[in-house]
Design a protein around this ligand. Structure first.
Ligand code: PMP
Length: 283
């Protein structure tokens, strides 16, 4: 693979970041993941807007302009002949002698981008559905910032696998916050789509925002409110969204089948509509 590291494109085994990089020492960095379909970027402007917000919440200066970042994404697509997959963009505060204090003066943020090839459109799990287990949400209290501090989600997903499931739904005070790396939804007996409202408790998913708009446009009732595990277990459907999975049905929570245990009709419809629009509006 060709990757991008602080101004240069190079083979992945030649990309170098300082051992004093604060991303490494303090998880002092943020990132974005943009999906690629037919060699084009899905909702790039949405991911850029969230990146700007993450950086501004942490006072990390922009490593490059939006035009430059778009150009780097496109060059990576070309250099890697990436038709379908993901582009990761990692921005850390940069390298400085180890100190808890944010370094004063002139420190350049580090910028690293790399690609992952993979099928996004045709995923077996879209037809069979995912099994999730619930685990306590032990992450920090600013989950709205997309930081590289992914240790707890990584532990949770590993624990979910150990228990024979595909992923974890995280729970705080009896209510689902979100998945380990995705937003969580249920459809209740009345056919209403329910997902947790934006706050510091969850990441404002770029896919979430598109899905809620599409759901409303297709006449679904959308309720942005917290839902409990009990409500999820009694739901007609459940699903997740993220840039890498689009929309994925959830068919089992903590060993209990959701609805009839098959992927939900609304999840399937939203997945199809989402992919259709994403391809049409890709850059
Ligand atoms: N929540 C968390 C914790 C995530 O890591 C992600 C994936 N980045 C999402 C939600 C979904 O966000 P998006 O739709 O922008 O990928």
């Amino acid at each position: 693979r060709t990757v991008y590291v602080n101004g240069v494109f190079c083979p992945e085994n030649q990309g170098v970041v300082s051992i004093f990089d604060r991303g490494f020492l303090f998880a002092d960095g943020v990132y974005e993941v943009t999906s690629v379909l037919d060699g084009k970027l899905i909702d790039f402007s949405g991911h850029m807007a969230r990146l700007r917000r993450s950086m501004s919440e942490l006072s990390i200066p922009a490593p490059a302009s939006e035009d430059e970042l778009l150009s780097i994404h496109r060059q990576l697509v070309d250099k890697n002949a990436l038709a379908e997959g993901l582009i990761y963009m990692q921005v850390s505060r940069g390298a400085a002698d180890r100190d808890f204090l944010f370094p004063a003066g002139d420190i350049r943020p580090s910028l690293v981008l790399f690609t992952q090839t993979g099928q996004l459109r045709d995923r077996p799990a879209a037809k069979t559905g995912l099994k999730v287990v619930t685990l306590p949400d032990l992450r920090w209290a600013r989950r709205d910032i997309k930081t590289v501090q992914l240790l707890y989600p990584s532990m949770a997903k590993t624990e979910a696998k150990r228990r024979g499931a595909d992923d974890a739904w995280l729970v705080e005070d009896g209510f689902v916050t979100e998945g380990s790396s995705n937003n969580a939804y249920i459809v209740n007996a009345d056919g209403a789509l329910i997902t947790r409202p934006l706050s510091h408790a969850i990441l404002p998913g770029i896919t979430r925002s598109a899905i809620l708009r599409l759901a409303t446009e297709t006449g679904l009732t959308v309720e942005e409110r917290p839902f409990s595990i009990e409500e999820a277990l009694a739901a007609r459907e459940a699903f997740i969204t993220s840039a890498s999975s689009f929309v994925m049905p959830v068919v089992e929570i903590d060993g209990h089948k959701i609805g009839d245990g098959a992927p939900g009709e609304i999840a399937g419809r939203l997945r199809a509509i989402y992919i259709d629009e994403a391809v049409k509006t890709a850059v």
